[in-house]
Design a protein around this ligand. Sequence first.
Ligand SMILES: C[S@@+](CC[C@H](N)C(=O)[O-])C[C@H]1O[C@@H](n2cnc3c(N)ncnc32)[C@H](O)[C@@H]1O
Length: 254
Amino acid sequence: MKWKKIGDILIVDSKFSEDNIDSLKSIAAKHQVKSIIKVDKIEGQKREPAVSLIYGNETETIHKENGCLFNLDLSKVMWAKGNNNERLRIAKLVKDGETVVDMFAGIGYFSIPIGVHSQAKEIISIEINPNSYHFLKNNIELNKINEKAKYERMIPVLGDCAIEAPKYSADRVLMGYVKTTHHFLKPAMECIKDGGIIHYHETVPDKLIETRPYERLKEVAWDCGEREVEVLNIQNIKRYAPGVEHIVLDARIF
Ligand SMILES: C[S@@+](CC[C@H](N)C(=O)[O-])C[C@H]1O[C@@H](n2cnc3c(N)ncnc32)[C@H](O)[C@@H]1O
């Protein structure tokens, strides 16, 4: 059984059984958590968790990571602990004055660290799930991103990124989504400026890591005005399934 602490709540995976409850309660006491939640699965396009409460009755918390605060309700929105290094890596890549479009913003997993750690001029954070959008707006306030900038530097948008992203022109586009990310490459291409960078996530069989993500980008770039793709980096994020890796390809489009 695996467990992780998110804010002051402990999360266990679907392998939890009643036999583990005593050891779990002592872990909960040691780490001073108010609830223990079992996450059975994370489902659908909106990445909604199916959970049950094992101990306590509160599911909302504030989690601290990489100097950022994230308000979330673990019964309504997901938290991928394995992505913590990637969340900070991206924030550190952002250059002063950039316009960033986060196509799958969630509660601000990538957008908030960018707002906190970079000097991006504007961060447009698009999210389709109203629950995630609610916490995204809370997190912009909690981290005082617009308050410190004294203008609406981080702009939350409730909607489908396939429709919303092409309305903007970005130096950097984040595609922090898995399984069907390639279906959204066209709107990403329509949003990215000449010389801009796309961070394209994919869950990919090991033997295709060096080829399939690049081929997919190259094909859509060519179809969207004969644009070219320069691969800057391929970053492994985490094991997604046996033989399948969650990777992100950083690519310049020109
Ligand atoms: C949960 S995030 C992925 C996790 C994140 N990369 C991390 O670091 O933890 C993906 C988000 O994309 C949202 N989403 C899915 N399809 C979308 C679409 N077409 N437009 C905007 N948001 C979308 C989901 O609702 C979800 O909140």
